[in-house]
Design a protein around this ligand. Structure first.
Ligand code: 5RP
Length: 268
C-alpha cells in the first residue's frame, strides 16, 4: 500500500462522470468491457442469476434488497414470488430507488427501527474476486446503505454476470469512497496520499453526484490490489470518508450468470 506524501503541486483531478447505469470514470475499464459485450446477453445472465437467488427467500424472512440493475431483477423475481406464493416477508431496501421499486411491486417494506437483524440480503457487485469472494461495490452510488444492510445480515448472496469475476479486485473498477461534503477537498488529498488517484463522481447529468445520505463519492483508482485488506484498513481510517466499496468477508455465496448457465460460488 503506497503511502506517499501529497506533492505540493498536486491538483484535484477532474471529476468523473457516470454514464448509463455504470461507472465511466477515466479509471474504470468495466464500462468499456461492457460496451463490447451484447448488453441483452449480459442482462439475460444477470436475470438468470437474480432469479436463482430469489429462490433462497423463505416465508417469514426479513430480506435486504440490493441496488443496481442485477438487484432490480432480483426484486422483480421476489415480487412475483410474494404475489404467487403469498410469501410473508418484509424487505429492507438499500436505496431510495430500490425502495420505490419495491413499493411499486407491492413488496412489504420494513426499517431498522423494527428489525436490526436481516435474514438474507441479495445484492449486486461491480467485481467479485475469485476464491475469496471479496467485492467492490458502489458504482450505483448506494455503498453506505448497502454495507449497513450487509453488516446486519445473517446471509449475503451476491448476484452478478460472469464479466464481474476478477483475479484481483481493482482490475476493472475503481473503489468508490463515500465522503462527507464538509472538507471534501481535504479528504480527497488524504485519499490521494494513499495512492488512490481520487476523482469526485459526477451523475449522468454531469452534476456532482450526491448519495441518498447526502454525501459525495470519490472513485479511487488503486488498480489491481494484491492486499485489499490493507487498502480497506487504510480507507477505514481516512477522516471524512464515511464508508468505502471494499466488501471483504460479507458474501457467503455468489450466483454467477454466464454462458454455461448459473454457477454458485461459496465462501470457503
Ligand atoms: C450499487 C452497487 C451495485 O450492486 C453494483 O454497482 C452492481 O450494479 P449492476 O448490477 O447494475 O451491475 O453496488 O451501489
Amino acid at each position: 500500500m503506497p503511502i506517499r506524501e501529497t506533492p505540493r503541486a498536486w491538483q484535484a483531478p477532474a471529476e468523473t462522470a457516470i454514464m448509463a447505469s455504470h461507472c465511466a470514470c477515466g479509471v474504470c475499464r468495466g464500462a468499456e468491457s461492457e460496451r463490447s459485450l451484447d448488453s441483452s446477453q449480459q442482462n439475460h445472465w444477470k436475470k438468470s442469476a437474480a432469479e436463482a437467488a430469489a429462490k433462497l427467500v423463505e416465508d417469514g424472512m426479513i430480506v435486504g434488497l440490493g441496488t443496481g440493475s442485477t438487484a432490480t431483477f432480483f426484486v422483480n423475481a421476489l415480487a412475483k414470488r410474494v404475489a404467487h406464493e403469498h410469501l410473508r416477508i418484509a424487505g429492507i431496501p438499500t436505496s431510495s430507488k430500490t425502495a420505490a421499486l419495491a413499493r411499486s411491486l407491492k413488496i412489504p417494506l420494513s426499517t431498522f427501527a423494527a428489525h436490526t437483524r436481516i435474514d438474507l440480503t441479495v445484492d449486486g457487485a461491480d467485481e467479485v474476486e475469485r476464491g475469496t469472494l471479496y467485492l467492490i461495490k458502489g458504482h450505483g452510488g448506494a455503498l453506505l446503505r448497502e454495507k449497513i444492510v450487509a453488516a446486519a445480515s445473517k446471509h449475503m448472496a451476491i448476484v452478478v454476470d460472469e464479466t464481474k469475476l476478477v483475479d484481483r479486485l481493482g482490475s476493472l473498477f475503481a473503489v468508490p469512497v463515500e465522503t462527507v461534503k464538509f472538507g471534501w477537498q481535504a479528504t480527497q488529498e488524504k485519499l490521494h496520499a494513499l495512492g488512490a488517484n481520487p476523482t469526485r463522481r459526477l451523475g449522468p447529468n454531469k452534476k456532482i453526484f450526491v448519495t441518498d445520505g447526502g454525501n459525495y463519492i470519490m472513485d479511487c483508482a488503486f488498480g489491481p490490489m494484491e492486499k485489499p485488506k490493507e487498502v480497506a484498513h487504510h480507507l477505514d481510517h481516512v477522516v471524512g470518508a464515511v464508508e468505502h466499496g471494499l466488501f471483504l468477508g460479507f458474501a457467503k455465496e455468489v450466483f454467477v450468470g454466464g454462458r454455461d448457465g448459473v454457477k454458485v460460488l461459496k465462501a470457503g
